[in-house]
Unconditional design. Structure first.
Length: 264
C-alpha cells in the first residue's frame, strides 16, 4: 500500500504539472489533459492524492505526517516554479530548491516510508538522503533531455517554449550571452520562436555545459548509492545501482552523439 500510495502521488503531480505546462506529450504519449481536458485532469489528480492518503490511513501517524509534508513541499516548489517563469535572471540556487521540492522530496519519501514501516529508525536518514540525491539526478537528466533529445517534437525544447528556467537553462544563460539574449527574445515574444530555438539548439551542442551537467548527475548518483552501501549485497541495492548505470549510460550516449555530429 505504501508503494502504491507513492506512485499515485507521483502520477497526481505529473497530471497537475502537465496542466501547468499545457503539455501535449509525456514520454512520447498523449497527456491526460490533451486526451481529455484540464478540468478532468485536475480532478483526477486530486482524486489520486486523496486515494493515496486513504491507503495510508491505517498506518502509524508518522507515515501519514511525512506523506502530507512531502505533498506540501512538492506543491510549494510547483508554485515557485510557476512564479519564476519567464525570468531569465533566476538564480541557480532557486532552481536547485525547486528540483529538491518538486522531485527529490518524493524520492526521499520512497526510501523514508519503507524504512519507517520496518521501524529501522537509525537508517531512515540514510535512505532519505539516498532518495534526495537520486531525485536530483533524475530531474537533471529529465531537464537536460528536454534540451538535447529531438525524438519527440512536442517535448523537445518545451522548457524554453514554456518559459521554464530549469537548472540547465539557467546555467546556459549564465555561461552564454548569446543564449541569454535569444532566450529573452523568446520569453518576451519579440521574434519567431522556431527560428531562434533552432539557433539556440546549435549553440547547445557546442557548449561545455553538457559535461558540467553530466558530472553533476554522476556526482549525485554516486552520493546516493554511498548512503545505502551497507546493503550492497542485497537484490534491492543491485537493482537500484543497475537503474543508476542505465540512466548514466543513456545521458552520456546523448552527449557523445552531440559531439560526433559536431565533428562530422
Amino acid at each position: 500500500n505504501i508503494s502504491v500510495a507513492l506512485e499515485l502521488i507521483h502520477n497526481a503531480s505529473i497530471m497537475h504539472d502537465d496542466i501547468l505546462d499545457n503539455a501535449k506529450k509525456r514520454r512520447g504519449k498523449k497527456t491526460v489533459n490533451k486526451k481529455f481536458n484540464n478540468s478532468l485532469t485536475l480532478l483526477t489528480g486530486n482524486h489520486l492524492l486523496t486515494t493515496a492518503l486513504n491507503l495510508l490511513k491505517n498506518y502509524k501517524n508518522e507515515i501519514i505526517k511525512k506523506t502530507i509534508n512531502t505533498i506540501l513541499l512538492m506543491n510549494r516548489a510547483a508554485i515557485t516554479e510557476v512564479y519564476i517563469r519567464g525570468n531569465a535572471r533566476s538564480k541557480i540556487k532557486l532552481c536547485k530548491q525547486i528540483i529538491i521540492g518538486k522531485t527529490a522530496e518524493l524520492f526521499s519519501l520512497c526510501g523514508e516510508l519503507v524504512i519507517s514501516f520496518f521501524n529501522k529508525t537509525k537508517e531512515e536518514k540514510n535512505f532519505k538522503k539516498c532518495g534526495k540525491h537520486l531525485g536530483v539526478a533524475f530531474q537533471l537528466i529529465n531537464d537536460l533531455n528536454n534540451l538535447i533529445k529531438k525524438n519527440n517534437k512536442e517535448e523537445y525544447m518545451s522548457d524554453i517554449i514554456n518559459k521554464e528556467p530549469s537548472y540547465p537553462i539557467v546555467l546556459l544563460i549564465k555561461k552564454s550571452k548569446y543564449i541569454k539574449k535569444n532566450i529573452k527574445k523568446i520569453w518576451k515574444k519579440k521574434n519567431n520562436k522556431k527560428k531562434i530555438i533552432n539557433k539556440i539548439s546549435k549553440k547547445i551542442k557546442n557548449k561545455k555545459f553538457l559535461n558540467l551537467i553530466y558530472k553533476k548527475i554522476k556526482k549525485e548518483i554516486l552520493i546516493s548509492i554511498n548512503y545505502i552501501k551497507t546493503y550492497k549485497n542485497t537484490e534491492g541495492f543491485k537493482n537500484i545501482n543497475k537503474w543508476n548505470q542505465y540512466l548514466l549510460f543513456n545521458i552520456k550516449s546523448s552527449i557523445i552523439k552531440k559531439k560526433k555530429r559536431k565533428n562530422e
